[in-house]
Write a protein that binds this ligand. Structure first.
Ligand SMILES: Nc1ncnc2c1ncn2[C@@H]1O[C@H](COP(=O)(O)OP(=O)(O)O)[C@@H](O)[C@H]1O
Ligand SMILES: N[C@@H](CC(=O)OP(=O)(O)O)C(=O)O
Length: 453
C-alpha cells in the first residue's frame, strides 16, 4: 500500500489533475492520495494558499477584498471547467469560503488557519469528484473524521502520536482516499495548519499511520538535485540519500521536500520516493535509512539567506558557569529561536533568522546582554547566508573542510564563520548574502564537477 502526495504545482490546472489521475490509477497500490491547494501555473502566478492568506488577513482587518475572493474562485472554476465537472462544485467551494470568512474572528490565528486550509480541503473534494466522474471509487477524507490530531507549537501544527493509531483504520476503507494536506485538528476541533509547504508532512504522517510500504512525493522536478537548480543550471541528480541527509538539506534550503516530513516516515522505516508528475518515468530520488556511500564526501549543498549573528565576546567566558544558559534565556524571554551557536574560548555567536527581530527588539536584547552578562563586546552582524554541505561520507573523509575553504578562498568568498554539526554529516559556512550564490557555485564546482560524470 502506498501514500502518494501531489504538490501545488502538480494540481495547478485541469491538465495537471489529469496527469495525477493517470499516475494514481496506473498502480493499484496507490491507495491514499494527499493533495495540496492549486499552486503556480507559471513563475509569476500566485498560489491559492497565498491568495487565501491575503484574503483572510484583509478580512480580519475589516477591509473588503472581493478581488481575492474572486481570484481564488477563478482558480477552482478553471480546473473544474477543464475537467468538465458541474459548476455546482465551484458554487459549493464559494459558499464554504464565504462561511469561513464570516466565522468568529476572536482567535485570529485559528481564523486564518481555517481559511488557509480550505485551499487543500476544497481541492481534495474537487479531485475526489473528478476521480468519481471517471468511474473510479474515490472518497474525500476529512482529517478530523480520520483522527489527524495536532497541537499548536510555536504557531504551527505538531502531530499528536495518537493520530497514527487513529489513521490506521483508513487501510480498511475501499477505493482511493483523497486526503487534504497541510492541516489537522486540535483537541478543541479547530483547524491548525503546518508550516508552509506542509502537505509533505501530512503525507508522511499518513504513510506512518497506514503502515505504507512507500511514500511517493510527486513534484515538478525529475529528482532532488545536489544543489538548488535555481542557483546552478543542470545540477547532478541525487539517486539515493538518507533521511538524515535529506532532513539537513531540506532544513538548509532544499525546498523540494519539507524538513519536518522526514521524521514520521523515518520512525516507521518507510522509504520516500520523490518523483516528477510531469515526467513520471524519470528515476526520481529515494530517501532511505542507509545508502552505499559511493559518491565522495558531499551529497548536497544547500543555502538560505536572511540570518543574523549576535556575537558576544568576554575574556574568560569559558570559566564562567552558566554564561551560555543566561545568554540563551535572554533569547527565550524575547520568544526567539536560534539555529546555531558556534563558540570559542572567549566568544560565542548565536545565529538566528533575522526576520524574528526588528531594530527595536534587537536594541532591547543587546541592552539585556550588556546588563546581565557584562560582556567585553556585543555586536550583531546582519544579512548573512548559511551554506550547508551535507553527506554521510564526510565522517570518513579527511580534508573536506580544507577543500571547501580553499575553493571559497579561490572564488574570493570571505567565510564569516564555520560550524561542523555534531553528527558530522554536515558542515556550515556563514557568508555575506551578496556572496551566497558565488560560494555555492564554487563548492559545487569543487565537490561535484567531474565526480559523477
Ligand atoms: N536541490 C533541489 N532539488 C530539486 N528541487 C529543488 C532543490 N532546491 C530547491 N528546489 C525547488 O523545489 C521546487 C519543488 O518544490 P515545491 O515548489 O514546493 O513543489 P510542490 O509544489 O510539488 O510542493 C523545484 O521546482 C525547485 O525549484
Ligand atoms: N499549499 C500549502 C501547503 C503545501 O504543501 O503546498 P505545496 O505542496 O504547493 O508546497 C502552501 O503553499 O504552503
Amino acid at each position: 500500500m502506498k501514500v502518494v502526495k501531489f504538490g501545488g504545482s502538480s494540481l495547478a490546472s485541469g491538465d495537471q489533475v489529469k496527469k495525477v489521475f493517470d499516475i494514481v490509477t496506473s498502480d493499484p497500490d496507490r491507495k491514499v492520495v494527499v493533495v495540496s491547494a492549486p499552486g503556480k501555473r507559471y513563475p509569476e502566478d500566485r498560489k491559492v494558499t497565498d491568495l487565501l492568506i491575503e484574503l483572510g488577513e484583509r478580512t480580519l482587518r475589516g477591509e473588503e477584498a472581493p478581488e481575492y475572493l474572486s481570484a481564488v474562485i477563478a482558480r477552482y472554476s478553471q480546473v473544474a471547467e477543464e475537467l468538465k465537472l458541474p459548476a455546482e462544485i465551484v458554487s459549493k467551494i464559494e459558499l464554504d469560503l464565504i462561511q469561513l470568512l464570516n466565522a468568529d474572528k476572536t482567535g485570529q490565528a485559528r481564523y486564518i488557519d481555517a481559511i488557509k486550509a480550505s485551499g487543500e480541503d476544497n481541492n481534495a473534494k474537487l479531485i475526489a469528484e473528478y476521480f468519481k466522474s471517471r468511474g473510479i471509487e474515490a472518497t474525500y477524507i476529512n482529517p478530523k473524521e480520520a483522527g489527524l490530531l495536532v497541537e499548536e507549537n510555536g504557531g504551527t501544527a505538531l502531530v499528536l502520536k495518537k493520530s497514527y493509531e487513529n489513521l490506521k483504520s483508513l487501510r480498511k476503507r475501499s477505493g482511493i482516499l483523497i486526503f487534504p494536506g497541510f492541516f489537522g485538528y486540535n483537541e478543541a476541533s479547530e483547524v491548525v495548519t503546518f508550516s508552509r509547504s506542509g502537505s509533505d508532512i501530512t503525507g508522511s504522517i499518513l504513510a506512518n499511520g497506514i503502515e505504507a510500504d512507500l511514500y511517493e512525493n510527486f513534484t515538478d522536478v525529475d529528482a532532488v538535485y545536489s544543489v538548488n537548480p535555481n542557483v546552478v543550471s543542470n545540477p547532478k541528480e541525487i539517486r539515493e540519500l538518507t533521511y538524515r541527509e535529506m532532513r539537513e538539506l531540506s532544513y538548509a534550503g532544499f525546498s523540494v521536500f519539507h524538513d519536518e516530513a522526514l521524521i514520521p516516515a523515518f520512525e516507521a522505516g518507510i522509504p520516500v520516493h520523490i518523483k516528477n508528475t510531469n515526467n513520471p518515468e524519470a528515476a526520481g530520488t529515494r530517501i532511505v535509512n542507509e545508502r552505499k556511500n559511493t559518491n565522495g564526501p558531499v551529497i548536497g549543498i544547500a543555502s538560505d539567506d536572511d540570518f543574523c549573528s549576535i556575537y558576544v565576546n568576554k575574556y574568560l567566558m569559558n570559566k564562567e558557569i552558566g554564561f551560555g544558559r543566561k545568554l540563551l534565556s535572554i533569547l527565550e524571554d524575547f520568544g526567539l529561536t536560534y539555529e546555531h551557536s558556534p563558540s570559542g574560548i572567549d566568544d560565542l555567536s548565536i545565529i538566528l533568522r533575522q526576520k524574528q527581530m526588528n531594530a527595536e527588539t534587537e536594541e532591547l536584547i543587546l541592552e539585556r546582554i550588556r546588563t546581565d552578562l557584562k560582556p567585553d563586546e556585543v555586536t550583531v552582524e546582519h544579512n548573512l547566508s548559511l551554506i550547508m554541505m551535507v553527506g554521510e561520507g564526510m565522517r570518513h573523509n579527511i580534508g573536506t573542510a580544507a577543500r571547501a575553504s580553499k575553493a571559497l578562498a579561490e572564488a574570493g568568498v570571505n567565510i564569516e564563520m564555520i560550524n561542523q554539526g555534531s553528527s558530522e554529516v554536515s558542515m556550515m559556512f556563514g557568508v555575506k548574502e551578496s556572496q551566497e550564490k558565488k560560494a555555492v557555485q564554487a563548492l559545487y564546482e569543487e565537490f561535484f564537477v567531474g565526480v559523477y560524470a
